[in-house]
Design a protein around this ligand. Structure first.
Ligand SMILES: [Zn+2]
Length: 172
């Protein structure tokens, strides 16, 4: 996003450095600091449910559907605070968890919920069980991710969970 600006100022610096004879020192400064930070997980991730992906993430579906029998335990994908737990339109019931980096994971269609708004949860804590509530054509967990913590179109859960060290579908 800020690349053009950086590139421009870097060129100016290089010109300056070349003129003053300190080019060697400047070139030795690596640009890999932010890349290294991106490789670190934002929080310790855990597999949310033992299931198969019955519908992936695409333009018309901003989450992944993880199909499993009714009652299959659902676990918090990471540590955080419960910001929603109760009935929700389309979902039957939903749970949202806010994680340390400000991102939110969202869980829908559950049969039972075991957490309340304001609860602190740890990664891997059982928060609910798989159901078929709301607009659902078979028992599954609709798992959604919002990197900005908002309620807009969700981000790709597979890429997000991979960053936390979990490859979907997974085994808890
Ligand atoms: Zn879904």
């Amino acid at each position: 996003m800020s690349r053009p600006h950086n590139g421009r100022s870097k060129r100016a610096l290089l010109a300056l450095a070349a003129a003053s004879g300190v080019l060697t020192a400047l070139v030795a400064v690596p640009a890999s600091a932010s890349a290294a930070a991106n490789e670190k997980a934002a929080f310790p991730g855990k597999c949310p449910v033992a299931a198969e992906i019955s519908q992936g993430y695409h333009d018309g579906h901003d989450g992944v559907d993880l199909a499993a029998p009714i009652g299959t335990p659902i676990f918090a994908a990471g540590p955080g605070t419960v910001t929603e737990s109760g009935p929700a339109s389309g979902y039957g019931q939903w749970v949202r968890i806010k994680h340390p980096d400000g991102s939110v994971t969202e869980y829908g269609h559950m049969f039972e919920r075991f957490v309340a708004v304001g609860d602190t949860v740890t990664e891997g804590q059982r928060i609910a069980s798989v159901g078929n509530e709301g607009q659902s054509t078979g028992p599954h967990l609709h798992f959604e991710v919002h990197r900005d913590g908002g309620t807009g179109f969700g981000d790709d859960p597979v890429a997000y969970m991979a960053e936390q060290g979990v490859s979907l579908p997974c085994t808890p």
